[in-house]
Design a protein around this ligand. Structure first.
Ligand SMILES: [Zn+2]
Length: 150
C-alpha cells in the first residue's frame, strides 16, 4: 500500500483509540482529547494536527478522496469520530449506520493490515467499515477475500 500523510500506523491507531469512548447504545465514538476552536476533534500525526473525523474516515474508506470534501457526523454529535457515522459531501458513502456496506479490495487490504497489526479489536474494525463482525472474522480466517494481500 502507498504511504502518504493520511496513512496511520498501528501505534497511531492505538493512541487514537485510547482517546475514544465507544457509546454502548448509540455506537458513537466519542472523542475525549483535543478539539480545535470549532470543536472538531484533532489528532497529532507526524507532528501536524489533523481532523480526526477525516483521518479515521480515510482509514476505513481508503478509496475516498477526503482532502477535497467536508466530513460531518450524521448522528449530530460533533465529537463522534465513528467512521460509519460520518457523511462526506459529494462521496457515495451515506453514513447511514448499520446498512451493510459492500467492501472493495482496498477496504479488505486495510482490514488485513489492521488485523495483522492487532491494535484494533475485530468488532471495532467491523463497526468502522459498517459491516458485521462475522465479515471481518471470515477475512481473518481466509474464508473470504483470500486473494487480497494486506
Ligand atoms: Zn456518532
Amino acid at each position: 500500500m502507498t504511504m502518504n500523510k493520511n496513512t496511520i500506523t498501528g501505534k497511531d491507531l492505538v493512541r487514537i483509540m485510547s482517546k475514544v469512548q465507544i457509546h454502548p447504545v448509540t455506537e458513537c465514538w466519542n472523542w475525549t482529547a483535543a478539539t480545535d476552536t470549532y470543536g472538531c476533534p484533532q489528532v497529532k500525526l507526524n507532528g501536524t494536527m489533523r481532523c480526526c473525523h477525516r483521518v479515521l474516515f480515510k482509514l476505513f474508506n481508503p478509496t475516498a478522496d477526503t482532502e477535497k470534501l467536508s466530513v460531518k457526523p450524521v448522528c449530530n454529535n460533533p465529537l463522534c469520530v465513528n467512521p460509519d457515522h460520518q457523511e462526506i459531501r459529494g462521496y457515495g458513502h451515506t453514513g447511514q449506520p448499520r446498512a451493510e456496506r459492500k467492501l472493495t479490495p482496498e477496504d479488505v487490504a486495510t482490514i488485513k493490515r489492521l488485523l495483522a497489526e492487532g491494535s484494533m479489536p475485530q468488532h471495532v474494525i467491523a463497526e468502522g467499515f459498517g459491516v458485521c463482525p462475522r465479515t471481518i472474522s471470515s477475512i481473518n480466517t481466509g474464508k473470504t477475500w483470500n486473494s487480497v494481500q494486506p
